[in-house]
Design a binder for this molecule. Structure first.
Ligand code: SAM
Length: 286
């Protein structure tokens, strides 16, 4: 099969995919098909234009067709491939973990800018371990915590050479027992923060495939995880230590208020590339 025929057929099918009713937007279909072809065949997004006679190798055609079939059902491409890139590294993912998002790189960059090699870091709600591994591979002695054994299995299996974070099974909402006080220079978290009522705004491929445990909080208590992080930070951060949490863009001021009320200083809301409130930074008073 010619690459150009696969690409045009796949784009058309995705824009009318029933599972995604009313289908993927045209730009997204184009990007998805280009990425699929890049990952499976190693071709560029323009290969089919400059080489109209490019034939898909017979052995790879079923791989592409199977991936397309799954995309049409709404399955995220990252689960089909089994990986996603984060901070220029390739992380294994499965439906047990949230797919790492580019916005979360902001939290990592800010945290790394204030850290030194050998610092001790705690990542609450670690999921795939993308934040914990990023810190660990930058030379921080890192602990990652999650309530899901399946997520921790993925986090522990990431294929990197270099110092691994220590991963612990723990319910963050039960508080910071089990750790010595004042031992961490840095606490970070990207916890569940989408309110149940916001489900209506979300796409079916997120709702149907990504783990609810990683996403949702009750409308009645949407900041529950930030209160827990503040409690961990109060007891486990060293004086002068820093914290960074990813936040619900609709609850920026309220989330910042949790850390101000808990007595932290330098509480700041950081915005993402779309100018949306994305991270709250705080510091334990020196
Ligand atoms: C939004 S995901 C973040 C994953 C990863 N840190 C990232 O940035 O991609 C939230 C994670 O919190 C975990 N989680 C949910 N409830 C928890 C709890 N009570 N205690 C610890 N972890 C929890 C979920 O299993 C999920 O892995």
């Amino acid at each position: 099969m010619l690459l150009r025929d696969f690409i045009s057929g796949a784009r058309l099918a995705l824009t009318s995919a029933e599972a995604m009713s009313p289908g993927y937007p045209a730009e997204e279909s184009k990007a998805l098909v280009a990425r699929l072809c890049k990952e499976v065949l190693g071709v560029e997004s323009y290969t089919h234009i400059i080489e109209p006679g490019f034939e898909i190798p017979a052995i790879q055609e079923p791989v592409l067709q199977d991936a397309l079939r799954r995309l049409l059902k709404g399955e995220p491409l990252q689960y089909i491939l089994g990986y996603e890139y984060f901070m220029d590294r390739r992380f294994n993912v499965s439906p047990a973990v949230l797919i790492p998002r580019p916005e979360t790189e902001i939290l990592c960059r800010e945290a790394l800018a204030l850290s030194r090699e050998g610092d001790r870091a705690l990542d609450l709600c670690t999921g795939s371990g993308c934040i914990a591994w990023t810190l660990s591979l930058a030379g921080l002695e890192t602990v990652g915590v999650d309530i899901s054994p399946e997520a921790l299995a993925i986090a522990s299996s990431q294929p990197f050479d270099g110092p691994s974070p220590k991963f612990l099974l723990k319910d963050v909402l039960e508080g910071p027992s089990g750790f010595d006080e004042g031992i961490f220079d840095l606490i970070v978290s990207n916890p569940p923060y989408v309110r149940e009522s916001e489900k209506a705004l979300m796409r079916t491929n997120v709702l149907d495939y990504e783990p609810s445990l990683a996403l949702f909080v009750k409308d009645a208590d949407p900041l529950v995880f930030y209160n827990a992080v503040a409690s961990f930070a109060k007891s486990l951060l060293k004086p002068g230590g820093h914290g960074f949490v990813e936040i619900n863009e609709a609850l920026g001021e309220e989330t910042a208020a949790v850390f101000s009320a808990a007595g932290f200083s330098e509480v700041n809301i950081l915005r993402d590339f779309n100018m949306k409130m994305r991270v709250v930074a705080f510091q334990k008073r020196p």
